[in-house]
Design a protein around this ligand. Structure first.
Ligand SMILES: [Zn+2]
Length: 320
């Protein structure tokens, strides 16, 4: 008997091992590991859903039985807008507290379900990885919802820029400018090991020699002029609405100064921008930077595991 036991244990261990993908071995409700995706291609959104609020709505206002209400909530698929909105409305709310109370009905944490939504930009750099991830997710009981949406490269770029602006501490010029540069370059060219290129770099400069790409020289990272100009534009766009806005590696720039700089460095000619009006020029520059009107697919993975768990708890409490 002991031999048999050992064998079956080993077999189980082997089975577990062969099945062990990073996402399959996690404990329930650990966040999905999306570090395998290229930087800048995944955005995570989190929101709390108050089940007490929604349960009340279903049973008191809509007159559903608690059983039907519970089934409805299990199937509940909030819209992408509700899941990703910066401002929440009842029954959704956001809180960074460890033991938050619902701002609408004051219910405690047990009745709040956390909904995590991951937005993955479609494309060659992410498609295979995304398919593998989706395949590895449990299929039973709608623990995950997958939603697809078409968007324009421009909208996605501005979403990225907006998230970047919120993430960076714009009070610390030196730090945010380097961080913005690296994040932009990682997004633009995910195949390059930018972590290595930035390691120990203290300055980013315009190269006088390179026509494209970049090179390191001591603590300085040199970028080809076109690349450097795009970095300046990103810095300008990130900081322009902040106080003393429009800050870049080249100091504080007003729009006319930025446009003049781009014109004299040949950047406008190189991009075929012939407009004279500074706002038209900026529009064209941004269009080029953002990838224009080309459409791309956004893939959302909605983690509903916490919702399904909490529905059970809440239903049990209401039923008793
Ligand atoms: Zn509530």
């Amino acid at each position: 008997m002991p031999t048999k036991k050992t064998t079956s244990k080993t077999a189980a261990a082997t089975k577990a091992k062969t099945k062990a993908k990073p996402t399959a071995t996690r404990k329930p409700h650990d966040e999905l590991d999306l570090s395998v995706f290229p930087p800048g291609t995944v955005v995570k959104y989190s929101t709390l859903l108050c089940l007490a609020c929604i349960f009340d709505l279903f049973t008191k206002q809509l007159g559903l039985s608690s059983r039907t209400a519970s089934n409805e909530i299990k199937r509940y698929a909030p819209t992408l807008e509700e899941l990703t909105a910066r401002e929440s409305a009842r029954p959704f709310f956001k809180s960074a507290e460890k033991h938050p109370r619902c701002p609408y009905c004051d219910s405690a944490k047990l009745r709040h379900a956390r909904l995590d939504t991951y937005r993955i930009e479609g494309g060659k750099a992410t498609d295979a990885t995304r398919r593998a991830l989706v395949k590895s997710l449990p299929k039973t009981g709608e623990q995950f919802h997958i939603v697809e949406e078409k968007s324009s490269a421009r909208a996605v770029f501005f979403g990225w820029l907006d998230a970047l602006g919120r993430e960076l501490d714009l009070e610390d010029d030196r730090a945010w400018m380097m961080a913005a540069t690296r994040l932009y370059l990682e997004r633009r060219d995910p195949k390059t090991d930018w972590a290595a290129s930035f390691d120990g770099a203290r300055q980013v400069r315009r190269s006088q020699r390179l026509e494209e790409g970049f090179e390191r020289e001591g603590t300085r990272l040199f970028l080809a002029p076109a690349l450097y100009n795009d970095v300046l534009l990103v810095q300008y766009l990130v900081s322009r609405s902040h106080r003393h806005g429009g800050r870049t590696f080249e100091g504080r720039l007003t729009l006319p100064e930025l446009v003049r700089r781009m014109r004299y460095s040949g950047h406008l000619d190189a991009q075929g921008i012939t407009e004279r009006d500074q706002f038209d020029v900026l529009e064209k520059l941004v269009e080029h930077l953002a990838g224009g009107d080309s459409t791309l697919k956004l893939h959302y993975i909605v983690d509903r595991r916490d919702l399904l768990d909490k529905v059970k708890t809440v239903t049990a409490r209401y039923a008793s």
